[in-house]
Design a protein around this ligand. Structure first.
Ligand code: FAD
Length: 473
């Protein structure tokens, strides 16, 4: 039995890892040069508790978020994923907002979120003395944070160790169906035969779904922008801080992300459905998040911002995750994975395995399945030339990252691949000093001209190095 998963984001990677425990042949197909470069690259990175989603309106979101949170507690240990179980406070700034907290508490209890409680002003301030204004807070100790691209890498490394085949730089252009049954995928690298196709294509899952006539949902991009501050820029909260939420979004969060920087965002801006590639940030959006975050936390001045970025939520028609086997036999949609899709991903993967079992697929467990994967642990004080001065990333760590890239099938040398594996280029200087050093090591390890090393895949060549290389072509 051959399964092809379209999309190596957190959802496709989780499914690949989960299915790798069974006696099936799994192929993970991704059009980018590396894994985790879609929606999963740019988001808040929170493992939500599960009190946000109304179980009547969004049953998949409500159920799978709580289950996903529980599974992540185990997966981060098994896969050695950097994480922080910091807990969260939802801040009511004034009396009128306390009712909202009570509603969230009731909903959380219905969704079976453990350990939720409402704190009075003094207790909230004893946890976070720098809060600008607080009347009461909902405390959710099970909220955590991970680095999403690192989580995708960890899942894929483990999946590959367990036999999954990864096809990078491979775009799916069509789904071949005959006799109401899936036959395989037409891709930029040729035809890939498959008995089962799992559509985890993020923002583009509606377009893939239309290939088999399942056109009952659409995906629209909803942009969220962020600011990241320099490491020593000012006070950082120990917990994730949310404002009281609105119907459309959980609001602008203030948090210390896993690498230790103060991060604020996102806002929520609906884009036309054609603009699924618009990752720009706007002065208006960034001002908006700065202003909103300042209402709960004393932010450093804007000149302490080291990076801005934005991500696009794949908002499906109806708002709930679309997880189901379609009428064409063998085609399974895992679409519309907007927030809390990162949290829900492990539970979604288990749901997909249940769906396949329900279709009569024989999911026999392998006798030997490697449950553990070890991450790259830097050696800040140790041996080797320092390449990234801000984060003290040394040459052996960069080379280890490249070795691991090749092991999962990365063919295009990209600085971003190294960045997401080592944190090099993410410090105060944002790569001004080390990008070229990393590019040189990439060129050497991939046996490629420096000129051809890219920032983030084909089309983003750095164009540095010896111009004679170009002239010789
Ligand atoms: C601003 C923002 C904040 C968020 N915050 C949180 C949060 O704090 N917690 C949380 O739980 N969730 C959060 N989310 C949601 C979470 O990020 C998503 O649910 C999750 O990343 C979706 O993962 P995915 O694998 O479905 O999509 P993706 O990561 O986009 O993966 C899909 C992959 O499919 C590939 N692909 C697409 N078309 C093709 C094709 N034709 N051929 C081959 N490959 C293809 C893409 O390149 C991509 O890599 C947030 C989202 C955003 C945007």
């Amino acid at each position: 039995m051959r399964v092809a998963i379209i999309g190596a984001g957190i959802v496709g990677a989780s499914i690949a890892r989960e299915l790798s425990r069974y006696e099936v042949e799994v192929h993970l197909v991704e059009r980018e040069a590396d894994v985790g470069w879609g929606v999963s690259k740019a988001n808040t990175g929170l493992i939500h508790a599960g009190y946000d989603d109304d179980p009547e309106r969004f049953p998949n979101r409500a159920r799978l978020c709580v289950e996903g949170n529980r599974i992540w507690h185990r997966w981060v240990e098994e896969l050695d994923i950097p994480h922080a179980w910091s807990g969260a406070l939802v801040i009511a700034k004034e009396e009128s907002e306390v009712k909202v907290l009570e509603g969230l508490l009731r909903r959380g209890e219905r969704n079976r979120v453990p350990e939720l409680r409402i704190l009075e002003r003094d207790e909230a301030l004893s946890m976070e003395p720098n809060l600008v204004k607080v009347e009461a807070a909902l405390y959710a100790p099970t909220v955590g944070q991970i680095s999403p691209p690192q989580a995708v890498i960890a899942l894929v490394e483990n999946a590959v160790d367990n036999g999954v085949k990864v096809h990078l730089d491979t775009e799916v252009r069509g789904v071949e169906v005959s006799g109401e049954k899936v036959r395989g995928l037409r891709t930029s690298a040729g035809f890939l035969e498959a008995d089962i196709v799992i559509n985890a294509a993020g923002l583009y899952a509606d377009e893939i779904s239309r290939e088999v006539g399942a056109d009952y949902f659409e995906i629209r991009p909803r942009k969220g922008e962020y600011l990241i501050f320099d490491e020593d820029a000012g006070p950082k909260p120990s917990r994730v801080l949310f404002p009281t939420p609105s119907e459309r979004s959980k609001g602008v969060v203030v948090t210390t992300e896993v690498q230790g920087h103060l991060m604020v965002g996102p806002n929520a801006q609906d884009l036309p459905k054609e603009e699924k590639d618009d990752r720009s940030t706007t002065p208006k959006g960034l001002r908006e998040i700065y202003k909103k975050a300042s209402e709960i936390w004393p932010l450093p001045p804007l000149n302490k911002v080291i990076r801005t970025f934005s991500g696009l939520r794949p908002e499906p028609t109806g708002g709930d995750f679309v997880i189901r086997a379609e009428d064409v036999w063998g085609f399974v949609n895992v679409a519309g994975m907007r927030s809390p899709g990162l949290t829900a991903a492990p539970a979604v993967a288990k749901e997909v395995a249940r769906i396949l079992a329900g279709m009569g697929i024989d999911l026999r467990e392998k006798t030997k399945w490697k449950v553990r994967r070890r991450g790259i642990h830097g050696n800040r004080a140790g041996q080797g030339r320092v390449i990234c001065r801000c984060n003290l990333v040394r040459e052996p760590e960069i080379r280890e990252a490249i070795r691991r890239m090749k092991r999962i099938g990365v063919k295009t040398p990209s600085v971003d691949s190294v960045k997401f594996r080592t944190s090099a280029t993410t410090g105060t200087c944002q790569g001004s000093f080390c990008r070229i050093e990393i590019a040189s090591i990439l060129a050497e390890e991939f046996n490629s001209p420096l000129w051809d090393v890219t920032l983030k895949g084909r089309g983003s060549e750095l164009g540095v190095g010896d111009v004679k290389v170009l002239l010789r072509r």
